[in-house]
Design a protein. Structure first.
Length: 420
């Protein structure tokens, strides 16, 4: 049997790269993407990093300085980023027999059996850039952990030209001593502090640890890291996504809400999104929590409340869920506060149709057909094309996104047009 070879391919500054694909004027300039409500920096190009902008820097604090330095900010556009991620992974599937989508910008690929994995990675990287416009870096290794370390090196060392190969022990011996232990996948801040305290400061030091000692210090995760750094496979690709245990839809408002009707509208909009997610994954829930609160350090009296909604049987029916959430909001509402955030959380998720329902109630197939039609319209014409009336149309409270780019790839009216 061929030795295992894993590749980890990662989109460079992925959100920013997605913005650059459709706006060439951004190329070579410092760009950042902001979190929901234009809150803080969640993606930065190398040019923005060179100016000292840190991950998580609040936009209101750095706006003037960043603008003066020529930084271009964009509101997050997750619809665009998700679709670009899908396109990139479509390319990956042409090169690998199995692909595990690890996150929106990272995927593990199985290159086992390829005669020249490094050449394959370089060709794949070039094709992704040519077909999607997204720059990537690829790390290769006999385990997922070594592939992740190799990807880190590919991003940090320009001489590797975007591809780092750690499939051979000699390359591991040469490069692992250059990687700080805190940069090893699975080693968090607390674990890095424990390891540093005993003199383990590099990936090579961690590889040399006694696996039993690593287990005692960092639980079973530490033992697996040591073994995987030695090239011993402990975790294969996860080709079947794990069943979700919960779904949450929470948002900061674009401005404080002081009106009950506006809060009801916002919560209904969040419930509609949560119901869409349930149906997308074939799930249902009878455990829904609704919450809303004021800003922690804002002027005025603070208030934070939450309550359980009465769903007697697991459901993914948006209208049924909105009705239950409305009862909770009306019960918890108190005037005189400036509410800054609300959300809904769904727990104890079950497969739709698998839970025991109300024996006295008759299944209403029309409700299922209505939800299916709702989802079909929104898939075809864009999310929010058809919404429950309770969720409103104007959404004056909606999350601020003053610098959001168009939905280039998912909305026909916003698709770029090339003219001679």
């Amino acid at each position: 049997m061929s030795r295992r070879v894993f590749a980890l391919s990662d989109g460079n500054s992925f959100y920013c790269s997605c913005e650059r694909v459709f706006d060439p004027a951004l190329e070579g300039r410092p760009v950042i993407v902001l979190s929901n409500n234009d809150g803080c920096a969640i993606a930065r190009t190398p040019e923005a990093k060179a100016l000292g902008i840190q991950m998580g820097d609040p936009w209101f604090k750095i706006r003037d300085q960043a603008t003066a330095a020529g930084v271009l900010a964009r509101s997050s556009n997750y619809v665009l980023y998700g679709d670009m991620s899908r396109r990139v992974n479509d390319v990956y599937r042409r090169y690998a027999r199995d692909v595990e989508i690890y996150s929106i910008d990272e995927s593990f690929l199985d290159f086992t059996g390829d005669a020249d994995p490094a050449s394959q990675a370089r060709d794949m990287r070039a094709t992704v850039r040519r077909w999607t416009g997204i720059p990537t870096c690829v790390g290769l290794g006999p385990t997922r952990t070594l592939a992740k370390v190799a990807n880190h090196l590919a991003k940090k060392r320009p001489e590797l030209a975007g591809v780092c190969d750690l499939t051979e022990p000699t390359w591991q011996d040469a490069l692992l001593p250059t990687v700080e232990v805190a940069d090893v996948w699975g080693v968090g801040r607390a674990s890095a502090a424990k390891l540093t305290a005993i003199g383990v400061t590099t990936a090579a030091d961690l590889r040399a640890m006694d696996p039993r000692a690593a287990r005692g210090l960092l639980t079973v995760t530490g033992e697996r890291l040591v073994l995987e750094l030695r090239g011993i496979l402990c975790q294969d690709l996860e080709l079947t996504p794990p069943t979700r245990k919960g779904i949450a839809v929470t948002r900061m408002f674009g401005r404080p809400i002081t009106d009950l009707d506006e809060l009801l509208e916002a919560v209904a909009s969040y419930v509609a999104r949560a119901g869409e997610k349930l149906r997308q994954h074939g799930l249902a829930s009878a455990d829904m929590t609704v919450f809303f609160h004021t800003r922690a350090h804002a002027a005025g009296p603070p208030r934070s409340v939450s309550g359980r909604a009465a769903l007697w049987t697991p459901s993914s029916d948006t209208t049924e869920m909105i009705a239950a959430a409305t009862v909770v909001v009306r019960r918890l509402w108190a005037p005189g506060f400036r509410y800054a955030k609300a959300g809904v959380m769904l727990d104890d998720l079950v497969r739709a149709g698998s839970a025991t329902g109300d024996l006295l109630a008759k299944a209403d197939l029309r409700r299922e057909q209505l939800m299916a039609a709702l989802d079909q319209v929104n898939r075809r014409h864009g999310r929010g094309a058809l919404v429950p009336a309770r969720a409103g149309l104007t959404k004056r409270w909606s999350t601020k996104a003053d610098m959001r780019s168009p939905a280039y790839t998912t909305r026909l009216s916003e698709t770029p047009i090339a003219r001679a």
